[in-house]
Ligand binder design. Structure first.
Ligand SMILES: NC(=O)c1ccc[n+]([C@@H]2O[C@H](COP(=O)([O-])OP(=O)(O)OC[C@H]3O[C@@H](n4cnc5c(N)ncnc54)[C@H](O)[C@@H]3O)[C@@H](O)[C@H]2O)c1
Length: 670
């Protein structure tokens, strides 16, 4: 590190400023978090203020208390806007960070990426994605954390409590540099309003998955995951010799995550129609090139789709209107929908997550405010109609799956026809039950990712090439069961640069199994040792993975032994990763499906070309994936039993308890 520090480095080292900075003006060009629920009593509000003021010297309290009180009243949270840094926020080349530990500098790179206005959803409220996925609760926590990271050595660990840096504790070189917990609650205090209350008090936060764990890489992750879902979904229904050409995927939503659907459809090679009721969202995705064409009239859509199917075009079309109209009109016009789904925000059905048919977007929004009860009735009527139209298509052969957005749950609550004959379960399955679970997770394939901390696109291109070489070599030896997964990822990595999905840090995602992750990581570490890459590479993954997440209606929904409601796997994973070499580990309550509904965890591992890094990557990545496989196998998932047996053959120190099969007749005869 250069002993003469520049202004940025001086500010990082300083942490909280010595002089009270001027009042901040919010940037109106940026998106800001919605006003949060006013949930605290007057006494609790005083506690929230007391909690906030403890970050600052008492000499400032008289000024700050009024300001924080105003923030709490106006926004429902105390963000401490005045302490937002003035420097530009982005993932700088690692050498720019003042640090005694290279690994700590890599974490600073990752934190700044999650707060970069080009990456983050509400950057000034420290929210990276998903509306409430926070990196920190307030700016004081950010400043203190960066200071701790800049001064820590490789013999200390920083412990993060829901954004709050509790401090540096002596540890060892082998220990994680940072341990993150987000939103961990005593179980009885994990209801949605508890989050609102304890977050407003300043003692917990919603870390989502990759927000509060410093592992977000922009839209690339969701595009890749969605492309794999679409490709594998079609594979379930097409004959081996059939291609996706001229096949139709009909779905809804062009929002945060759902906006990836048309791009993914084009990568997979089908015709994609995506209905979006909000014209602004549809136009935005069209302008960004995420959807090829946009149409406002249902007759035009019908004609265009007929042509696209006939000509076997690979094209994505946004329809600005309600998805129910599309299902109904396609039925009337005999348009065959090969595959269908829905990604409206039905986890939030009564305040704009799902819009009723026969009402304009504006009229619906007015109704939400004026007559929320009426709005609810309209939504439920539409849901019943929605299911009816889908059922008609399904009778003609359409394959429909739930996309983890609570579609089936809300339709069933509305009395729609989505239950099986006995009324005991849904008649359609979810994308994890049918596609990602058995075809990817149970074989160990999940969203592995890496980030080049040089911030140099050349380094990313070199790592892409190394990953491709490695995957090609592994594919030659791969068993038939996983050959397709390998090929999909080989195709993806070949085209990764062409798809231009890098936003923020120089990052890449790739679905790989334990063997693939280890081999790719080793190739990077060797390249670093040989001086072929400019700076360390961070490895990580989405928590939405083989073993990161216990979530009974999503990641672990294809586990059927009752253990889908337990969270041992996620906790074991994080503890296990932490003593096998992770540079940082994180464990979260919430993420995707909501507070109290999921426990998810992850890691970051810095490769620096050293022998220690090689040892760590082999040991930690092997455990990180195989822990989940072992659990999935014990739940009797056949693909996971195959995979864990293969892993035991490859590594004789791995000894896993395997399930014995019980004769069905024995159970049925009871
Ligand atoms: N993509 C994934 O891998 C994935 C995984 C799990 C869950 N999900 C779920 O998918 C849902 C969508 O996520 P998002 O981030 O895109 O949300 P979002 O709110 O940003 O987007 C949803 C879009 O649906 C539109 N919409 C609502 N009702 C409609 C209707 N009747 N017809 C047409 N359009 C309508 C909305 O205008 C909105 O733009 C969430 O519930 C999320 O939890 C996605």
């Amino acid at each position: 590190m250069n002993p003469i520090m520049n202004d940025f480095q001086i500010e990082i080292r300083q942490g909280l400023p010595e002089k009270l900075p001027p009042v901040a003006v919010l940037d109106s060009a940026l998106s800001h978090a919605p006003r949060r629920k006013d949930i605290l009593s007057e006494t609790e509000k005083k506690l929230a203020l007391r909690n906030a003021l403890r970050y600052f010297p008492s000499i400032w309290h008289e000024i700050l208390i009024k300001e924080f009180q105003q923030e709490l009243n106006e926004y429902g949270r105390i963000y401490m806007y005045r302490f937002m840094p003035k420097y530009i926020m982005y993932a700088r080349p690692i050498g720019d960070y003042p640090a005694q530990s290279v690994h700590a500098a890599a974490i600073m790179h990752m934190i700044q990426n999650n707060l970069d206005p080009a990456v983050a959803q509400h950057p000034q409220e420290l929210i990276t994605y998903g509306g409430n996925g926070a990196v920190f609760q307030n700016w004081a926590q950010y400043l203190l954390t960066m200071k701790y990271l800049s001064e820590m050595t490789d013999a200390q660990s920083l412990h993060m409590y829901s954004g709050h840096p509790m401090g540096l504790f002596p540890s060892s070189k082998e220990a994680p540099r940072v341990v993150v917990t987000n939103g961990m609650m005593v179980p009885n205090y994990s209801k949605p309003d508890d989050l609102e209350k304890f977050n407003a008090l300043g003692v917990t936060q919603y870390g989502q998955m990759t927000a509060g764990s410093y592992m977000y890489i922009g839209p690339q992750g969701i595009v890749h995951g969605t492309a794999l879902t679409v490709m594998n979904g079609f594979r379930k229904i097409l004959n081996r010799d059939e291609t996706l050409a001229g096949k139709l995927f009909l779905t809804a939503g062009l929002g945060g995550m759902s906006g990836a659907q048309p791009k993914a459809g084009c990568i997979a090679g089908c015709v994609t129609v995506c209905a979006e009721i909000n014209p602004v969202a549809a136009k935005k995705r069209h302008a960004q090139g995420w959807v090829d064409e946009i149409t406002y009239k249902i007759e035009e859509l019908v004609a265009r789709v007929k042509k696209a199917k006939e000509n076997k075009e690979v094209v994505s079309i946004a329809y600005v209107g309600n998805i129910v109209e599309v299902w109904e009109q396609f039925y009337e016009n005999r348009i065959r929908v090969e595959m269908g789904s829905d990604q409206t925000s039905l986890h939030n059905p009564w305040s704009g997550g799902y819009y009723p048919v026969d009402l304009t977007f504006d009229a619906s929004n007015q109704l939400i405010k004026k007559d929320p009860e009426r709005f609810k009735i309209e939504v439920q009527e539409t849901l019943r109609r929605h299911a009816k139209a889908i059922n008609k298509h399904v009778a003609l052969g359409t394959y429909f799956f739930d996309y983890g957005n609570a579609f089936l749950l809300e339709v069933s609550r509305a009395g729609g026809d989505v239950l099986n004959e006995e009324g005991t379960d849904f008649k359609f399955r979810s994308y994890v039950q049918d596609i990602l679970g058995p075809m990817c997770f149970d074989y160990g394939f999940g969203p592995f990712r890496w980030i080049c901390t040089s911030a140099d696109p050349e380094d990313l291109a070199k790592t892409d090439a190394l990953a491709l070489q490695t995957m090609l070599a592994l594919k030659k030896e791969a068993p038939l069961e996983i050959a397709q997964q390998m090929q999909d990822n080989i195709t993806w990595i070949k085209e990764a640069q062409k798809n231009k999905l890098v936003v923020g840090s120089q990052a890449r995602i790739l679905y790989a199994d334990a063997e693939g992750r280890i081999a790719i990581a080793k190739a990077f570490n060797d390249a670093l040792a040989a001086g072929d890459l400019l700076a360390p590479v961070v490895l990580g993954r989405d928590h939405h993975d083989v073993s990161g997440t216990d979530s009974p209606y999503r990641e672990t929904s294809n586990i059927y032994d009752g253990s889908q409601f337990t969270a041992d796997m996620a906790i074991q994973n994080v503890i296990g990763d932490s003593f096998r070499g992770a540079t940082w580990v994180s464990i979260h309550n919430g993420g995707g499906v909501g507070w109290g509904e999921v426990i998810n965890g992850g890691f970051g591992l810095v490769l620096d070309g050293s022998k220690e890094a090689e040892q760590k990557l082999k040991n930690m990545l092997f455990f990180d994936v195989n822990n989940g496989i072992a659990r999935r196998g014990w739940a009797r998932n056949e693909e996971a039993i195959f995979t864990i047996k293969r892993a035991m053959n490859q590594n004789k120190s791995l000894k896993i308890t395997l399930p014995n099969q019980v004769n069905d007749a024995l159970i049925d005869g009871l």
